[in-house]
Design a protein around this ligand. Structure first.
Ligand code: ATP
Length: 211
């Protein structure tokens, strides 16, 4: 029997960019998921980018996915007024519908330090991990080799096991990064192409990131 798989894509999305969307679309197609929920994390006011609130990050996610019905906003972490651990969010989502198998989506940069995440083993008991390759981050560095050796698997295993499989995708390079967008957007017009048009428009209207 194959699982009912729900993708969860966590991140700061400060701001959401074309790289996030490209990852989500690639995962949808390659792993045949019905839906992916994009889950912006809570950021305490002192850690948030000055002038960009959690509500604005969530709004940009909404705008970016407005025409993509298979992508949805998951505002679980924003509804809590404190930082939440991924393990707690996945446990809450699992509790909502225990029949559903969760696949948490991350980039290779995140896999490289995944063993530093709070209760990372518990995350793998609750969910699978789907990992997108990312330019500049090799699967030979950090925690990635050991994790892939111990948990690495294929799509078939992802669909038949309940959790604990790490699937490394063979996606093309998506060069975009939020840090780069934040730093370069006010200076370099070419960076605008890294953003979904509705997000760029919102950033301009709200004068975010020094625009
Ligand atoms: P920042 O530069 O601020 O760290 P980011 O571009 O990595 O931001 P996040 O919101 O932190 O964006 O990313 C959420 C998740 O998406 C992370 O697991 C990250 O690895 C992954 N991700 C983001 N951009 C890419 C990309 N271009 N290719 C592959 N994975 C990506």
């Amino acid at each position: 029997m194959t699982n009912k798989l729900l993708g969860i894509f966590g991140g700061t999305f400060d701001p959401i960019h074309q790289g996030h969307l490209a990852c989500a679309r690639y995962v949808l197609t390659h792993c045949q998921l019905e839906n992916i929920r994009l889950m912006p994390c809570h950021l305490p006011p002192h850690r948030a980018t000055p002038g960009v609130s959690s509500a604005e990050r969530a709004k940009m996610v909404e705008l970016a996915i407005a025409n993509e019905p298979q992508l949805q906003l998951e505002s679980l972490e924003l509804r809590r007024d404190a930082p939440s651990y991924t393990v707690d969010s996945l446990a809450a989502l699992k509790q909502q519908d225990p029949s559903r198998t969760l696949a948490f989506i991350i980039g290779m940069d995140s896999l490289q330090y995944f063993k530093k995440w709070h209760q990372w083993q518990a995350i793998l008991q609750l969910a699978h991990l789907i990992v997108c390759r990312r330019p500049g981050y090799s699967s030979e560095q950090g925690d990635a080799p050991a994790l892939l050796k111990d948990y690495g698997g294929n799509l078939q295993q992802l669909k038949t096991r309940q959790s604990g499989v790490i699937l490394l995708l063979d996606n093309p390079d998506f060069v975009q990064s939020a840090t780069f967008v934040r730093q370069q957007l006010p200076l370099n017009p070419e960076i605008q192409a890294m953003l979904p048009p509705a997000v760029l428009q919102y950033i301009r209207q709200q004068r975010l990131y020094g625009c």
